[in-house]
Write a protein of this length. Structure first.
Length: 436
């Protein structure tokens, strides 16, 4: 028997409530859901279990047949058709308040041609209009029809029962995702292209149009016997460049993905010749959140010698911070140095996860304070002991006589000692002073 989880895919036209239903069913991943047609472009997945049955739930983009102005419609349609072909169970979600729509009929025809087991979900049954149209949907001739309210949770258990009846009772061996690696950057810097290259498949929709990716897309990957999760995020622009509610939600989704991550890959467009204020803010934010950080200067295929020199010159202005960070010059187009990314990720994760013994850090800190005492307001500062409380991020508590005198410059003294003694590039270090 294959150890591949069987797929259950939610399909339907735009704005019928697929993402709301996915969020109702999903335990971990959450889709952006709002009254905006075509909100979901790339599909989202989550591993589900119900009554001993295990399956992969997929939220797909909204289908639209016929001519459409949105340049992504064709790409989304192709992706949904591919997901339907892979699925064990197809769940066609319809809006009960409007009755059968021509696109519902078209999707039902495609399901019949595939010969897959299909459940027709009549959503929004909590409304009188949906109750009036409820029985019309039987005419689409799918295997099972269930009326639900995704928003209010009505009949969700019935839907899960039906799905569980159809999937193979396969219980996969648990795989612990050890760390999350999140791709971050401004719109159109190559995050989705890099995601596809690292996975070795076309997972996310790639387009020249900025803002193609709207929500955090995750995929598990195994590398050097390590399990990790890659996350592609929506591009983050400067606050004044965020123009509507959808983009505000995209930014919130990206910042949430940063907080839930362990390692950030910050992509920068090398052809621009400098780090923008926005990119610096993203880098600082990631580090402040205790996330390991690697800079990837993409689009090296577009860079000439003059731009390279200009970039190096501009980076000198931020050397106080960037000297702490690993950086790679890559090209998603030519593949330059892409193969070095995951080995570097693994190395940085090992640095971030290490623990120091109390003896080694106390000897390091106390020897340095004897050679170069710290003073504040003429008073010599005393360190009684140091203790690492956690790793990833490396967090060290300093037990001192006067904790109020240990401010940023004093804490930086100890951080610099650690960085000079050990290779901690790309790894944040958190130090706190306590009375002791």
């Amino acid at each position: 028997m294959s150890n591949q989880l069987q797929k259950v895919v939610l399909i339907g036209r735009m704005n019928v409530g697929k993402s709301t239903l996915f969020n109702r069913l999903s335990k971990d991943n959450k889709s952006l859901a709002c009254d905006y047609p075509g909100m979901t472009r790339d599909f989202l997945t989550d591993k589900m279990d119900w009554k001993g049955k295990h399956f992969e739930l997929i939220d797909s983009g909204g289908i639209m047949f016929g001519k459409a102005r949105d340049p992504f419609v064709k790409l989304v349609n192709e992706q949904v058709m591919d997901l339907m072909a892979q699925a064990q169970v197809i769940v066609l979600v319809c809006d009960g308040t409007v009755g059968i729509h021509p696109e519902d009929r078209e999707l039902a025809k495609k399901i019949h041609k595939l010969g897959k087991f299909a459940i027709l979900v009549v959503n929004k049954i909590d409304t009188n209009l949906a109750k009036e149209h409820e029985h019309e949907f039987e005419r689409l001739g799918l295997d099972r029809t269930i009326s639900i309210s995704a928003q209010h949770g009505i009949a969700i258990g019935d839907l899960l029962d039906e799905i569980a009846e159809q999937v193979t009772n396969f219980s996969p061996s648990p795989v612990e995702v050890k760390f999350k690696v999140t791709l971050l950057g401004k719109p159109n810097v190559g995050k989705s292209s890099l995601m596809n290259l690292l996975l070795g498949k076309e997972r996310t929709i790639v387009s020249e149009i900025a803002g193609t990716t709207r929500e955090a897309i995750s995929e598990d990957i195994r590398f050097y016997q390590e399990d990790l999760q890659l996350v592609d995020t929506a591009g983050v622009r400067r606050k004044r460049g965020v123009t509507d509610d959808v983009e505000t939600m995209m930014v919130k989704s990206t910042l949430s993905a940063i907080r839930e991550s362990n390692i950030i890959l910050l992509l920068v467009d090398s052809s621009e010749g400098k780090l923008s204020d926005q990119e610096l803010k993203l880098a600082f934010y990631a580090f402040e959140q205790g996330k390991a950080l690697i800079l990837l200067f993409n689009k090296q295929d577009l860079v000439d010698t003059d731009i390279t020199s200009e970039m190096d010159f501009n980076l000198e202005n931020h050397d106080f911070f960037l000297k702490k960070i690993e950086a790679l010059k890559i090209s998603c187009k030519t593949g330059k140095n892409v193969g070095k990314i995951l080995p570097l990720v693994k190395e940085v994760w090992e640095r971030d996860s290490q623990r120091f013994s109390d003896i080694e850090i106390n000897v390091l800190f106390k020897d340095a304070m004897r050679a170069r005492p710290l003073f504040r307001n003429g008073q010599r500062l005393v360190l009684r002991k140091a203790h690492q409380t956690m790793s990833a991020p490396i967090t060290i508590e300093l037990y001192v006589t006067e904790p109020q005198f240990f401010e940023s410059s004093q804490l930086a003294f100890f951080e610099n000692l650690l960085r000079s003694k050990y290779n901690l590039r790309s790894v944040p270090i958190k130090l706190t002073a306590k009375k002791g």
